[in-house]
Design a protein around this ligand. Structure first.
Ligand SMILES: *Cc1c(COP(=O)(O)O)cnc(C)c1O
Length: 387
């Protein structure tokens, strides 16, 4: 139990919260405007500016952002939404709760996200939407997905829960020039956090206006605008949800966004050290983006090779005994009882995801890691995996 080396504990993820975030929360509490107010507007404007100007609509989570986006795009019962099986359950639940049919497909062994040939094979006359995930912060190759969407008249919504600060082809993930919308998460472990929160970005102003209604019960004007005239007046024009962000969360998000370039540089530097140190070991490194593109490095997912001296479970246990907490991204959808039973899924239909699931481990990677922490992870992984 008391392993002599267990002198420290390195969590798998930790938010970088400082005095700026604490002051922002206190300032918001003192201001008296706790939700639907100026901090929410300021955070939306700041995210929009960071991404080069799309509409930005904040929500209380990525999950609800995805849900209201799919609803606003008209997706419902009878419609099929194609999702990589290797994702967090939220991606699938958002479509499921609208009555749509979730269609998990096998993944690309390189990006670990939607494989275009698997998407093509899964298309039916009921296919309505593609929902790729930028897994770990590596931007997906969107070209083949946009081509399929255009050819088959499909909607395209990007789950960018991991990907704030990633870019591809000179464009930020979330600039949303060719997709219908992109949805970010500000959950506690993500590249920046509000505690809980999400943001939908889109170039479509009508869609953005609809999202603002759908996040607030289908009411046509939000509380902030109502202050200006006829403060009592509103109209419910559709069946919306309660999915808006608080000013307290937005204040944290604003402070975090200001730090994002520094946080991102730190993540890049850690990923770079890992990549160099692990190159000789019996593992597959996470895919690097094409030159000129930028990886958000939310997750550093390694895959153990068959010749590694430990299997995945043995490796994770040995790391834990040395005080290093690893993650697993993800238990694929088709391995969860609910989806297996509801959709009649079998592992045989997902050979790539099965192989990835059996061998993958996510190492700690967060901006608050010290150089010593990184060295300790590198030395421990080297110890455990040197043959
Ligand atoms: C975290 C995450 C979500 C859900 O984000 P919330 O803000 O917690 O709702 C969705 N998709 C992926 C891939 C995630 O990692």
């Amino acid at each position: 139990m008391n392993h002599p080396m267990k002198t420290r504990v390195i969590p798998h993820a930790r938010a970088s919260i400082g005095e700026e975030e604490i002051d922002a929360v206190v300032g918001t509490l003192r201001s008296g405007w706790l939700t639907g107010g100026p901090m929410v507007q300021a955070f939306e404007q700041a995210v929009s500016a960071y991404l080069g100007g799309p509409q930005a609509v904040s929500t209380n989570s990525n999950t609800m952002g995805l849900l209201i986006t799919l609803k606003a795009l008209g997706i419902g019962p009878g419609d099929e939404v194609i999702i990589p099986t290797n994702t967090f359950v939220a991606t699938a639940m958002s479509a499921h709760h609208l009555g749509a049919t979730v269609v998990p497909v096998d993944i690309d062994p390189h990006t670990l996200s939607l494989a275009p040939d698997q998407v093509a094979a899964a298309l039916t006359p009921r296919s309505r939407c593609l929902l790729p995930v930028h897994l770990g912060g590596l931007p997906c190759d969107m070209e083949p997905l946009h081509a399929l969407a255009a050819r088959h008249g499909l909607r395209l919504v990007e789950d960018a829960a991991h990907a704030l600060s990633a870019s591809r082809g000179g464009e930020a993930v979330g600039a949303a020039h060719r997709s219908d919308a992109t949805v970010f998460s500000f959950y506690a472990t993500k590249t920046i956090t509000c505690g809980e929160g999400g943001m939908v970005t889109t170039q479509n102003a009508d869609l953005a206006a609809r999202l603002r209604r759908l996040r607030h019960h289908g009411i046509d004007r939000d509380a902030f605008n109502r202050q200006e005239s006829r403060s009592w007046d509103y109209d419910v024009v559709e069946d919306g949800y309660k999915a808006n962000m608080t000013d307290i969360a937005a204040a944290i998000g604003l402070a975090q966004l200001r730090k994002l370039p520094a946080l991102q540089a730190r993540r890049q530097a850690i990923a770079h050290r890992y990549r160099e140190a692990f190159a000789p070991l019996p593992l597959h490194l996470p895919a690097a983006p094409p030159a000129g593109d930028s990886h958000a490095w939310h997750l550093f997912i390694i895959r153990l090779r068959p010749e590694a001296p430990l299997d995945r479970d043995g490796f994770m246990l040995a790391m834990q005994r040395r005080g290093i907490q690893c993650g697993l991204h993800y238990i694929p959808l088709h391995r969860h009882s609910f989806w297996r039973q509801r959709l009649g899924l079998t592992p045989q239909a997902f050979p790539v995801a099965e192989e990835v699931f059996a061998s993958s481990v996510t190492l700690p990677l967060y901006a608050a890691m010290s150089d010593d922490d990184v060295t300790y992870v590198i030395e421990t992984v080297g110890d455990l995996l040197s043959c």
